[in-house]
Design a protein around this ligand. Structure first.
Ligand code: GLN
Length: 194
């Protein structure tokens, strides 16, 4: 199995390390060619406008959109979730890939100082709670009917899935808990290689 980590900006190394620890061949994706033989892709957190602008500069937007539409499994954390979403409530002019039917609100949990950690119940991971790290996190404010909510915090969805697209408002790569990455690998394995 070969999993790419979008290598533009953000927590790239942390995702690569976590995937390597799970015995997966993880590669950093920087060009459209790097997308060619992937089974799955992680889009890390960071700053969504920076990630988008650099993706545009590297001609990654359309090739990536096509791959996802053809069924490439993808996991977006935080800014990665913003990039995948259908739209941003408080930045309506900021462009996104629009591949998952959710609307997000950027920086909705407060400023940098208000970043926080919380134990979440995530039934698909089993009974043990998951320590979730939120850093200037986007909030999911609207979910479409085909979107499955996998976890909530204070009633608000914080981890959701639509087909082979998984997103979370928080950063599992900043903890030692590999269960969300393992869950993503199961999603990857559930489909054909493209
Ligand atoms: N605040 C960032 C944004 O709006 C996301 C933060 C993160 O990825 N940790 O793009």
């Amino acid at each position: 199995m070969k999993i790419g980590v979008l290598g533009i900006q953000g927590d790239i190394r942390e995702h690569v390390m976590m995937l390597n620890n799970l015995g997966v061949n993880a590669v950093v994706v920087k060009t459209p060619k790097d997308l060619e033989d992937l089974d799955g892709l992680v889009i890390p957190g960071g700053e969504s406008t920076t990630i988008w602008n650099l993706m545009e500069k590297k001609d990654l937007i359309e090739p990536l959109r096509r791959k996802i539409e053809k069924g490439l499994a993808v996991y977006g954390t935080c800014a990665g979730m913003i990039v995948l979403s259908k739209g941003i409530e408080n930045y309506p002019n900021q462009k996104t890939l629009g591949v998952i039917d959710i609307t997000v609100r950027r920086n909705a949990y407060g400023r940098q100082v208000d970043s926080f950690e919380v134990d979440l119940e995530i039934p698909v991971l089993g009974e043990r709670s998951f320590r979730a790290v939120f850093i200037r996190a986007p909030m999911i404010v609207k979910v479409g009917k085909d979107v499955e909510v996998l976890a909530r915090h204070g009633g608000t969805p914080v981890m959701v899935k639509q087909g082979k697209i998984l997103v979370s408002s928080f950063h599992p790569e900043l903890t030692e808990d590999t269960r969300i990455h393992e869950y993503f690998l199961k999603i990857v394995e559930s489909g054909e290689r493209i």
